[in-house]
Design a protein around this ligand. Structure first.
Ligand SMILES: C[S@@+](CC[C@H](N)C(=O)[O-])C[C@H]1O[C@@H](n2cnc3c(N)ncnc32)[C@H](O)[C@@H]1O
Length: 238
């Protein structure tokens, strides 16, 4: 997907980018590739691939969820900033927090957000399991997002505790969504969530399958979750 296709395909979805927002995506690509030479941020470095598989793919959540309001968002395991930073560039009204367990990635994100001039972005070096116990963050976000971090049964324990009641957890998945939903049912219910919507679609050009799973937080998460770092992965709530 070249830059012109990126701009046109977002326009079709009602997302109209200004010259400044296009410049921010351009700089994001350049800094991603530059820093990727010093540290492992992504295996995708070709410009057209970055625009499709990182930028457009991240923004696809906004085709199914309204980000036009001044929501607070926490992106768990954002790595090089996906999906929250492309969404933030499109919707500058959002207040974004990112938590990632790798300090090097947080260093990249600090530099990136400064260079892009993004305001209302907070970066935290922490494990989601500890972050979710922290009173300042627990049950405090309108929306929690995650892409490519863990399977749904595990991911739910990392993300749902951070969602405020009546807020939403948005999990961005590839083709495995149906199986993950089946195995994630128990975790979602125990943690206070309910599957509200599952939207499946094909990523343009390469036509690979994607699903956006929207889980609404209906009840408060029991205090014992998330369990200590590593436990959600070792003993998933399946
Ligand atoms: C495969 S990368 C995906 C990055 C990004 N979400 C994307 O879609 O490109 C997974 C990221 O999650 C982070 N991560 C994994 N487990 C985590 C945890 N328990 N708490 C916080 N971050 C975690 C890793 O450090 C890594 O940056």
């Amino acid at each position: 997907m070249d830059k012109a296709q990126f701009e046109a395909m977002l326009k079709e979805k009602g997302i109209i980018l200004s010259p400044e927002q296009l410049r921010q995506f351009d700089l994001y690509f350049q800094l991603l590739v530059e820093w990727n030479e010093k540290m492992n941020l992504t295996s995708i470095t070709d410009e057209k691939d970055v625009y499709l598989k990182h930028f457009y793919d991240s923004i696809s959540a906004a085709f199914y969820f309204d980000f036009t309001k001044p929501l607070t968002i926490c992106d768990v395991g954002a790595g090089a900033g996906f999906p929250s930073l492309p969404i933030k560039i499109c919707f500058p009204n959002l207040k974004v927090s990112i938590v990632d367990s790798l300090q090097k990635r947080i260093n990249f994100l600090t530099h990136l957000t400064e260079q892009l001039g993004l305001t209302n972005v907070s970066l935290y070096h922490d494990r989601a399991e500890t972050f979710g116990k922290n009173k300042l963050h627990r049950e405090s976000y309108d929306v929690v997002t995650a892409r490519a971090v863990a399977r749904l049964s595990v991911l739910s324990e990392l993300c749902i505790p951070l969602v405020k009641q009546n807020g939403n957890f948005i999990a961005m998945k590839a083709s495995s969504a149906q199986d993950e939903l089946e195995n994630g049912k128990k975790a979602i219910q125990v943690l206070g969530g309910k599957v509200k919507d599952v939207k499946s679609f094909e990523l343009p050009i390469e036509q690979s399958e994607r699903s956006i799973i929207i889980i609404e937080k209906q009840k408060s998460t029991p205090n014992k979750y998330p369990r200590k770092p590593g436990t959600p992965n070792k003993l998933p709530l399946e």
